[in-house]
Design a protein around this ligand. Structure first.
Ligand code: CO8
Length: 264
């Protein structure tokens, strides 16, 4: 598929970099952009050569400033519902990708953009980034999962405050409430994010996949059931070649070379 709205490249050692590329519209998500992100997810699942995915926005100003508002006037209620479902379905797919996904937020991260970032495993942001769910100012509400993921990430009261006021918060405030994992100077954001992505790409893919699955599935259940999920996953990961390599490398005082694959 030839892309019009995104750029996708794979760098060594398996770091996929997906750039939303509509800087004139502050990288707003139109249906075509959602389709192209969906195609990248297909590629990552099919090819197996991407070990970590990084998502960022083109230009200096924005990560993604929301769904494309120019699409809204042509939609009736059913079409708006279907567009919301299209975004939700895509973001569930992203969330469930077996590889780590890092949002590299280089500017405005609003509405559907914030919803996209929250579907990633964690968010790194430039100190110039601004976060918010400003849909209320258009007389609408978040539709790509924002009310739900934001409440789960920062708590119900803060999520309500952000969604009801529609006000933007700084990257530092977003870090303080647990929405953002790390904040970097603007000119170092991509480089620092790629450094972390490269480091993750060299870790045990089986262990990374298992951490992601157990945390995501575990937060939805009670503590005992979550710990049972963890113990089961621990046993499975323990049988991997990577586990043997990691432990042997520690004992032999050398750097582990993780390859993936199970011995049992
Ligand atoms: N959609 C379409 N175009 C946009 C969007 C957007 N979300 N955001 C910015 N643009 C365009 C502007 O219209 C402008 O275009 P032009 O140059 O042709 O006039 C260009 O990008 C640059 O923007 P500004 O001139 O406005 O730049 P400023 O620096 O003055 O302002 C802001 C930056 C504050 C980010 C401002 O652009 C803004 O408020 N944007 C809208 C933010 C917003 O409301 N986002 C939420 C959208 S709704 C949503 O995401 C719901 C998701 C679920 C949908 C469910 C299905 C229906």
């Amino acid at each position: 598929m030839a892309y019009e709205n995104i750029i996708f490249e794979v760098k060594d050692p398996g770091v996929g970099l997906l750039t939303i590329n509509r800087p004139k519209a502050l990288n707003a998500l139109n249906p075509g952009t959602l389709d192209e992100i969906n195609d990248v997810i297909d590629t990552v699942e099919r090819e197996g050569n991407v070990r970590v995915l990084v998502i960022t926005g083109a230009g200096e100003k924005a990560f993604v400033a929301g769904a494309d508002i120019t699409e809204f006037p042509k939609m009736n209620a059913l079409e708006a519902y279907l567009f919301a479902l299209k975004g939700q379905k895509l973001f569930f797919r992203l969330e469930q990708l077996p590889v780590p996904v890092i949002a590299c937020v280089n500017g405005f991260c609003l509405g559907g953009g914030c919803e996209l970032a929250m579907s990633c495993d964690f968010i790194f942001a430039s100190e110039k980034a601004k976060f918010g769910q400003p849909e209320i100012n258009l007389g609408i509400i978040p539709g790509f999962g924002g009310t739900q993921r934001l409440a789960r990430l920062v708590g119900r009261a803060k999520a309500k405050e952000l969604c009801m006021t529609g006000e933007m918060i700084s990257a530092e405030e977003a870090r303080a409430i647990g929405l953002v994992a790390r904040v970097f100077p603007a000119d170092q954001l991509l480089e620092e994010t790629l450094k972390v992505a490269t480091a993750l790409a060299q870790k045990s893919q089986i262990a990374l996949r298992s951490i992601k699955k157990v945390i995501d599935e575990g937060v939805g259940v009670d503590l005992r059931s979550g710990c049972e999920l963890e113990a089961n996953a621990f046993g499975l990961v323990f049988t991997s070649e990577d586990a043997r390599e990691g432990v042997n490398a520690f004992l032999e005082k050398r750097k582990a070379q993780f390859k993936g694959g199970f011995t049992a």
